[in-house]
Write a protein that binds this ligand. Structure first.
Ligand code: UTP
Length: 289
């Protein structure tokens, strides 16, 4: 049996420049899809997968994320006095229990790889899940839970992948697919943003990983890559020569909420999924169109 994955890392220190001015003073990860912040979707997905320790790598202007995962006594009391018990119950349900969250600062946004490396002391010498909170999924069960099932069989490193239009590989990290079914196949290589003619497949890395702690040593030695940032993919490309990487082509669909189109689409799709909103929202949109 591989060592259990009980810790998840959420890198939330990016500048979110594609969402300015919204992200000037507010973290991108607090943008809402319908009525839940992006970070809440990622935390919910991790809890469903059995994660017990939630590590956030934050930066300046991100304090509100810490507040979001704390109790708000004044608000709770007001809801109670007003008899809004359902809203109160929902608020309490969203919260990881006391002592299960940890926060550290990246200090400088030197890239995703650097943000992950900043979590090394909090994670320690154990496998961990990594969730990019601006990628949210419509998937049942959740994508990380599907990946955990593969992990229990193979151990090692797991990467969630999804199909992309073969003409668009140059916007994504693409894996090379080896032996095995969609629920767990060998990854034989990965390439960052290949042109379609150079892409080894059309399976892209969509923001969910289970990684072994040796990645931290590689990240520490990693020179700056594309855009002067320390890239996670560069470190994984080295680790793949030493350890097994398994791809999971999960059942579900990603929405890249770091981009405006992805974010707007997610709002429409998730609103139409909500029994309390779907009918009225459909009518409102139909009227507009
Ligand atoms: P992105 O690649 O979307 O970058 O980060 P970004 O800086 O947030 O956004 P843009 O491109 O300027 O609009 C993916 C995830 O990695 C985190 C981000 O917070 C986001 O959740 N990240 C990125 C860090 O924590 N630190 C970094 O240095 C870069």
């Amino acid at each position: 049996m591989p060592q259990r994955v009980r810790t998840a890392v959420f890198p939330v220190a990016g500048l979110g420049t594609r969402f300015l001015p919204a992200t000037k003073a507010m973290p991108k990860e607090m943008l809402t899809v319908v009525d839940r912040p992006l970070i809440q979707y990622a935390v919910d997905e991790a809890r469903e997968a059995g994660i017990e320790h939630f590590v956030f790598v934050t930066g300046r202007n991100k304090g509100v994320i810490e507040d979001h995962f704390d109790r708000q006594f004044e608000l709770e009391q007001t809801l109670e006095v007003r008899g809004k018990t359902e809203a109160l119950r929902e608020l309490q349900k969203d919260l990881p229990s006391a002592g299960r969250t940890s926060f550290t600062r990246q200090q400088e946004p030197l890239g995703l790889g650097h943000a992950v490396w900043c979590a090394r002391e909090l994670v320690g010498n154990q496998p961990f899940a990594l969730l990019l909170p601006d990628m949210i999924f419509r998937a049942t069960p959740g994508v990380l839970k599907q990946m955990m099932q593969a992990y229990e069989e193979t151990g090692g490193n797991i990467i969630g992948v999804e199909e992309v239009d073969p003409a668009e590989t140059a916007s994504y990290g693409i894996v090379a697919r080896g032996e095995g079914p969609d629920s767990g196949f060998r990854i034989t290589g990965m390439v960052e943003k290949p042109e379609p003619k150079d892409a080894p497949s059309n399976l892209f890395i969509s923001g969910r990983y289970i990684l072994q702690p040796e990645i931290f040593t590689l990240l520490a030695e990693q020179p700056r890559g594309t855009g002067g940032e320390i890239q996670l993919t560069d470190a994984m490309q080295t680790l793949i020569r030493q350890q097994v990487f398994t791809g999971v082509k999960y059942d579900g669909k990603v929405f890249d909420c770091g981009s405006k189109i992805g974010f707007l689409t997610a709002n429409v799709v998730f609103a139409l999924d909500r029994p309390d909103l779907a009918d009225d929202f459909r009518k409102a949109v139909a009227h507009l169109l």
